[in-house]
Design a protein around this ligand. Structure first.
Ligand code: NDP
Length: 281
């Protein structure tokens, strides 16, 4: 059996086209601000890509680049200005931040209804109690990719490998909401294959190139590979390519979760704007 490839690029393109069509009918453009501190090359690529995709669909976009030695107070001041800026409906501060700046302090400073990444504790807490207002972009994309297969999620055993706040944990909550039975794995889950082999749906977000081998995957499983690792200038996932011989559906790297994260970020920006209009914020 050869797995069907879940084409994240194509699904993301459809989301962007839908957003573009909705935006063309609006009097006011949704606005996204992206703040980058420092000159991390990967972060620069992500920020430029977000700006480009914003412009393509007719959103207003603002990019703020700050030097590596920017003081925390200065960054907080910029967030405050963006919080007050009526042209900005959503914003994000690209992570990771330089060591002298507290990421949690910065995320807390973004108004929850302008939090396009969905990382603010209020948005996370809402999701935990089933109020899905602004969802974190990557987990939202992961769910859309799983749903694109058309498989019934109810009663399925989902195994998540990785428990970060931005990927693993929220994915586990969203899959529970879809009535999956969820098992969470992390670096202390041994032997890992005991769990992964039981998964009807396997989501891997660990940042370890090709750590999940084909013999760790259940026949016919839906496999979502969130990992993005640079190996000799090539982008590879956390799941080895040979897993395609066993899985039923699988996402490629690149071209799977990555494009969905940006599409969901843009969708969140429009949702932030609608939320602000609805509640007259
Ligand atoms: P973190 O480093 O924050 O978390 C990694 C998690 O994986 C931890 O929970 C850790 O366990 C677990 N882990 C590490 N090694 C193993 C192992 N050998 N076996 C089992 N579990 C393990 O990572 P992120 O969630 O931020 O990112 C994960 C990957 O996803 C990265 O490659 C990142 O680049 C990618 N990513 C891609 C995105 C996209 O849009 N395509 C968006 C976000 C992330 P423990 O808690 O015990 O330490």
């Amino acid at each position: 059996m050869k797995a069907k490839i879940i084409d994240g690029k194509n699904i993301a393109e459809k989301i962007r086209q839908d957003l573009k069509s909705k935006t063309s009918k609006l009097k006011e453009k949704p606005g996204l601000a992206v703040v980058l501190v420092g000159d991390n090359p990967a972060s620069q690529v992500y920020v430029n890509m977000k700006e480009k995709k914003c412009k393509e669909i007719g959103f207003y976009s603002k990019k703020i680049i700050l030097p590596e030695d920017t003081e925390e107070e200065k960054l907080l001041g910029i967030i405050d200005e963006l919080n007050q800026d009526s042209k900005i409906h959503g914003m994000l501060v690209q992570l990771p931040l330089p060591k002298h700046i507290s990421e949690s302090l910065i995320i807390d400073a973004i108004l929850p209804y302008k939090d396009a990444d969905g990382f603010h504790p209020i948005n996370m807490g809402n999701m935990l109690i089933g109020k899905n207002i602004i969802l974190p972009a990557t987990p939202k994309g992961v769910i859309k990719l799983i749903e694109s297969t058309g498989i019934k999620l109810e009663g399925k055993h989902a195994v998540i490998v990785g428990r970060s706040n931005i990927v693993g944990k929220p994915v586990s909550i969203l899959l529970q909401q879809k009535n999956c039975t969820v098992t969470m794995c992390h670096s202390r889950s041994k032997p890992l294959e005991k769990y992964t082999k039981e998964a009807d749906i396997l989501v891997v977000a660990i940042g370890k190139p090709r750590a999940i081998t084909k013999d760790m995957v259940k026949k016919g499983a839906v496999v979502i590979d969130v990992g993005t690792n640079k190996v000799y200038d090539k982008l590879v996932g956390d799941v080895e390519e040979e897993a395609r011989e066993v899985a039923g559906y699988i996402t490629p790297v690149p071209g799977g979760v990555g494009p969905m994260t940006i599409a969901c970020l843009l969708e969140n920006t429009l949702e932030c704007m609608e939320l602000q209009k609805r509640t007259r914020l």
